[in-house]
Ligand binder design. Structure first.
Ligand code: ZN
Length: 165
């Protein structure tokens, strides 16, 4: 495994749309595990492939301490290939978010409270995950990255207005 260099904003790669992974090859698996190591080394809780310079639909998510039984979705860092949100709650939640591509920046962002994710794991098997609270937030943040969407784009009108000099 290797620790990869994290692309920082405003690197143009962060604005590109990522390609679906056609086949879960050894190379894809290795990239996934390198991303897990890179995330852990940088004390992140999620990371997407474009953040390490790869325009592929891959994200990794760190296990989250169980705050409620509903949140015990992940026990070890997991690799999600071609992740898609298949269901989302109407209910939203505002909480603070950071991003490894924006060191030191923390913003309050509104997200869906719960989501269902369909993806492939590193063995190429179809998996489904239901996430609520912080894990749901991580999935939404990381899947946004795959479409070139950054958390600064999710600020409300008034937050943007207040940030203007
Ligand atoms: Zn991010």
């Amino acid at each position: 495994m290797a620790i990869l260099k994290i692309k920082k904003y405003p690197d143009p790669i962060l604005r590109k749309k990522c390609q679906e992974v056609k086949e879960v090859t050894e190379e894809i698996k290795n990239l996934g595990w390198d991303m897990v190591e890179t995330m852990t080394e940088n004390q992140g809780i999620g990371l997407s492939a474009p953040q390490v310079g790869e325009l592929k639909r891959i994200i990794v998510v760190h296990p989250i301490k169980e705050r409620s039984p509903k949140e015990k979705t992940l026990r070890s860092p997991q690799i999600f290939i071609n992740p898609k949100i298949t269901e989302k709650s109407k209910e939203t939640e505002i909480d603070e978010e950071g991003c490894l591509s924006f060191p030191g920046l923390f913003l309050k962002i509104k997200r869906r409270k719960a989501v269902k994710i369909a993806a492939l794991n590193e063995r190429g098997e179809k998996i489904q995950v239901r996430a609520e609270g912080l894990p749901a937030r991580i999935f939404q943040h990381e899947i946004d990255h795959l479409d070139g969407i950054l958390f600064i784009d999710r600020l409300s009108f008034w937050q943007k207005f207040k940030l203007k000099p």
